[in-house]
Design a protein around this ligand. Sequence first.
Ligand SMILES: Nc1ncnc2c1ncn2[C@@H]1O[C@H](COP(=O)(O)OP(=O)(O)OP(=O)(O)O)[C@@H](O)[C@H]1O
Length: 237
Amino acid sequence: MASYPVELLQITHHYSGEPVLADVSLAFEANCVTVILGKSGSGKSTLLQVINGMIRPGTGTVKIFGEPISYKDIHTMRLQMGYVVQQVGLFPHLTIYENIALLGKVVHRPTDVIRKRVVHLMDMVKLPQAYGDKYPYQLSGGEQQRAGLCRAMLLEPPVLLMDEPFAALDYETKHTIYDHLLAIQKHEPRTVILVSHDLEEAQLLADNVVWLQDGTAKMTGDASVIRSIQESYRSGK
Ligand SMILES: Nc1ncnc2c1ncn2[C@@H]1O[C@H](COP(=O)(O)OP(=O)(O)OP(=O)(O)O)[C@@H](O)[C@H]1O
């Protein structure tokens, strides 16, 4: 039986005695976009950090490509996972090119291979190549976010984790980046796990959806469950 790229088995986690994840078991389908929806404080970011090993859960197992995470060797495992957050986290003293290329240097990829990949990624998200020489402060929020996306995909990670990466962007910029993301999924599909509280974003991007409520996976399924989630939002349940 083929294993899932990411699997959570009975994950429970507490912060200072307060439960934040309660017996969460989920399997994320390969090469699909799964959107984890939930209100503020429902445990979405914690769940994502449990997946990339930043947080070791109180109990339960995280499996990456069928193998439980080895917390001793977390850096090797993390190279398989791109991570994009809302505050893009580009290094201000590095150019856009240097920011995107950074991980390639860390794993000693040949310079020409890195350069080709950066050019390809910038093309995919429609960032002009000349922007490679600029510094992050010279780019708009949406452009910085696109650079962040390129950086996360440099090493072609099979899994991409995204924590509300578009929340601070205006409607039009968001929609442009959605289009880029969907185009990238077509050209080089990967397992994307995207945390959001935005139902429209889920509607546009999700193959699958998880509805997290008070640290529990209340509903899971394909994008058709968004309608039930919408009702739950409205009724405040
Ligand atoms: N490091 C921490 N120490 C203590 N409590 C924390 C910590 N991180 C998060 N929490 C608490 O755990 C709960 C879940 O937080 P989490 O950030 O996972 O939720 P979220 O669904 O991502 O929220 P948001 O949409 O507001 O970002 C919240 O009540 C939060 O205050």
